[in-house]
Design a protein around this ligand. Structure first.
Ligand code: GAP
Length: 452
């Protein structure tokens, strides 16, 4: 029987057991809500970023890529509104010394009595709320002095806005066009948690799409659909995805319209990605603060400040959604197996090459040469360690879609067995066709076998 729901604990435990994600600085006791990625975590992350990059840039004519700096001129964050407004209200408890978000007390636990919320017991002694800026501060240059203060970027978006003129002139673009980038962002979250869902250091994938003002509503709707379709294309179940439009009171200061693409995480429906109609807020503010005019001037003299549509997401939130969606347990024969049913283009390893008997020179040599051939183009793994059933289960747990097994029949007719992770079906293929078979299989449409 397949699992219908999965807990965050099951995801955390598998991620750790199979070396996807480790708590960071563990030998020093850990540093709350920071994580390090192990081998399979890195491969998974790289695949998610590559699929985003393909869909957002390589498959389009109206997009360019950018990689801007993490530390920008501090005035950038004054113009963007982050110095003044990027803050959460927090309260301290004088009794238990814990700190809470004032607007999220009902989601928090009292430090002394975890069954209660902060402020609910007679011993709770909460301070008045005060605003806490979420940007990490640092110092540029060798001495800490007036004017040396800078910030680690809390979003990659501002790096895009301040390069608007460069792209317009040098890449010779005219709206509608977009600038996309992937990079680390940092936020000193007061209440991080839920594994990778809310962390202090994360990798954002953001795109700013510059459009003529009168077209902004149409492009806003277009990007909501595009991004939703991207998740469906890479296997997330439709029943676990929804679009939630923000009411006017919920929107950020820059937004003329925002929709969250939400996923049904184990913590409930929560924001996976945001799509915002930012209007002309950013280009206008940077024009004002930098005195450099950020506008589009057409060949016939028409000029306007483009409006901006922004889909923004972190790789971390996608990883959690994809792990949750892919996680499955079932009993096969007498045995239980845990399997990650990733889309084949998302799976960290595309195929495993397994000689049936590890000490058989003939099988090992055939298996090694197939492995050497496949690894030139694909992420593949060679494994001759342990019983074949155990090796299959190890691959299932990291989500490898196919395993090629080299057995004694290979020596007589040059065929191998291919085993499918999801159906467990096995078929024989000529060893010479494996490379082409794998190329084709990776390109095929894929739908999760998990129930909706
Ligand atoms: N440029 C707009 C912007 O940054 P946001 O809603 O604050 O908007 C965009 O963040 C996306 O970044 C979110 O939808 C989420 O995917 C991700 N994100 C934000 N804070 C995060 C955190 N602390 N940990 C992990 N991901 C985060």
């Amino acid at each position: 029987m397949a699992v219908e729901t999965v807990s965050m604990d099951q995801i955390v435990s598998l991620s750790r057991r199979r070396g996807f994600v480790f708590p960071s600085s563990e030998i020093y006791g850990g540093l709350g809500s920071t994580y390090d990625y192990g081998h399979y975590g890195v491969l998974l992350k790289n695949n998610i970023k590559a699929r985003w990059f393909e869909a957002m840039i390589l498959e389009r004519d109206d997009m360019v890529a950018l990689d801007s700096a993490v530390i920008l001129h501090p005035r950038v964050w004054e113009a963007s509104g982050h110095v003044e407004g990027f803050s959460d209200p927090l309260v301290d408890c004088r009794t238990c010394k814990l700190r809470f978000r004032a607007d999220k007390l009902e989601d928090s636990q009292c430090g002394r009595k975890p069954s209660k919320h902060p402020g609910e017991t007679p011993e709770c002694d909460l301070t008045e709320p005060r605003q806490f800026n979420l940007m990490f501060e640092t110092t540029v240059g060798p001495v800490q002095e007036e004017g040396s203060r800078a910030y680690l970027r809390p979003e990659t978006a501002q790096g895009i806005f301040i390069n608007f003129k460069n792209v317009l002139q040098i890449a010779r673009r005219r709206p509608p066009f977009g600038i996309a980038q992937i990079g680390k962002s940092f936020r000193n979250e007061i209440t991080p948690g839920n594994f990778l869902f809310r962390v202090r250091e994360f990798e954002q994938m953001e795109m700013e799409f510059f459009v003529p003002p009168e077209e902004s509503e149409r492009w806003y709707r277009y990007w909501i659909d595009e991004r939703l379709n991207w998740y469906l294309r890479y296997g997330l179940r439709q029943s676990r995805l929804r679009v939630r439009e923000h009411g006017p009171e919920e929107r950020s200061h820059y937004s003329q319209g925002t929709s969250d693409l939400e996923y049904l995480y184990p913590i409930g429906w929560s924001e996976l990605e945001g799509v915002a109609n930012r209007g002309d807020f950013d280009l206008t503010r940077h024009t004002e603060f930098s005195t450099t005019k950020l506008e589009y001037v057409g060949p016939d003299g028409e000029r306007y400040v483009p409006h901006v549509i922004e889909p923004a997401v972190s790789v971390e939130r996608i990883i959690v959604a994809m792990l949750v969606d892919a996680y499955d347990e079932e009993v096969v024969g007498e045995r239980e197996r845990t399997v990650l049913r990733f889309h084949p283009q998302i799976a960290p390893v595309s195929a495993a090459i397994l000689p049936l008997i590890a000490k058989h020179d003939g099988l090992v040599s055939k298996a090694r040469s197939l492995y050497e051939e496949l690894r030139k183009r694909h992420s593949v793994e060679y494994d001759d360690n342990g019983a074949i059933g155990r090796r299959y289960r190890r691959q299932d747990e990291i989500g490898t879609p196919w395993a090629f097994t080299i057995d004694e029949q290979t020596l007589s007719d040059d065929t191998v067995t291919v085993r499918d992770r999801d159906s467990l079906a096995q078929e024989r293929l000529p060893i010479g066709s494996v490379r082409g078979w794998l190329d084709d299989a990776l390109e095929r449409d894929w739908k999760t076998p998990k129930a909706d």
